[in-house]
Design a binder for this molecule. Structure first.
Ligand code: ADP
Ligand code: MG
Length: 270
């Protein structure tokens, strides 16, 4: 046996692993090789272990990428959502939407209505997060911001390309659609977006007002009806007609401040 057997050029290996884009292997090979040597693993087991680690690392990186691109408001998860505050929404239904692929695959929509503070944005962001965890791609936007971007694209004659670019997101969350202003409505970019995604890619929409008040969002009544028709055709509607969670929290905390100290120290877990 040659004294050099088993010795490799570690620096060159790291370089190769980088070139080959194997971040997972690059991360663990040295430690895993030491374990394999110490425990006398067969070469095939070592290789299988490396491959597994590469898969784990890749899906971790993918998740990080998808989470970053989604621009979700931070800290809004399903775990942090108090379902007791919205009795008309079933936790089982939301969990099914978070886990299920069927509605996204057919481009079905989720429409979420309720007064300010009802928890619409929280629920939308939490669903988005859960879907990203399941390997989906999501984008969360304030509707007025997106409309502004699409208006610029229309002016530059690249509206179609801008809308096509959003196809990579299996779920596009349009937060506060009812805040679209009259002058934003006139360019009808929102209608183009809704039409382009119809039966192909899902939208989740939150709004303070249900359809009756949507005349302002689109340039004329015919387009309003056509947009609503497309949105509701394959959709789940979540009505969250509850008092503002913010206000309720504020009232509760001011009440507990009034209690005698012995009781005020007992804080509920919610
Ligand atoms: P909306 O978008 O309907 O105006 P938000 O989702 O922004 O309301 O909710 C307002 C605040 O209250 C947020 O901080 C949110 O996290 C919190 N909140 C609302 N509903 C709930 C709930 N059911 N459980 C936990 N937090 C909630
Ligand atoms: Mg909101």
């Amino acid at each position: 046996m040659n004294a050099n057997d088993g010795k490799i050029d570690a620096a060159r290996l790291e370089l190769l692993l980088g070139e080959l884009r194997l971040p997972g292997v690059k991360l663990v090979w040295a430690k895993l090789a030491a374990t394999a040597d110490a425990e006398g693993w067969p070469a095939a087991r070592f290789l299988a272990s490396l491959a597994e680690q590469e898969m784990v690392e890749r899906s971790r990186r993918r998740f990080e990428r998808h989470l970053e691109e989604a621009r979700l408001p931070p800290g809004k998860s399903l775990a942090a959502f108090d379902f007791a505050a919205v009795p008309m929404i079933s936790k089982a239904q939301i969990n099914a939407l978070a886990a299920g692929d069927a509605w996204l695959d057919k481009g079905a929509n989720l429409l979420c209505f309720g007064p300010p503070g009802a928890g619409k944005s929280h629920l939308a962001a939490a669903l988005g997060l859960a879907l990203i965890e399941n390997g989906r791609r999501v984008l969360f936007v304030r509707t007025t911001d997106l409309v502004q971007k699409l208006q610029i694209a229309r002016r530059d004659l690249v509206l179609e390309a801008a809308i096509t670019k959003l196809d990579k997101y299996q779920l596009l969350i349009l937060d506060d659609i009812a805040y679209v202003t009259k002058d934003q409505a006139e360019t009808s970019v929102l209608f183009e977006l809704i039409s382009a995604r119809y039966e192909r890619r899902s939208l989740m929409i939150t709004a303070n007002q249900p359809f009756a008040e949507w005349g302002r969002i689109f340039p004329d009544q015919a387009m309003t009806l056509a947009a609503i028709d497309r949105l509701v055709h394959h959709s789940t509607i979540l009505e969250m007609n509850v008092d503002s969670y913010r206000r309720k929290e504020a009232i509760e905390s001011s009440r507990s401040a009034d209690r005698p100290p012995s009781k005020a120290t007992i804080k509920s877990a919610t």
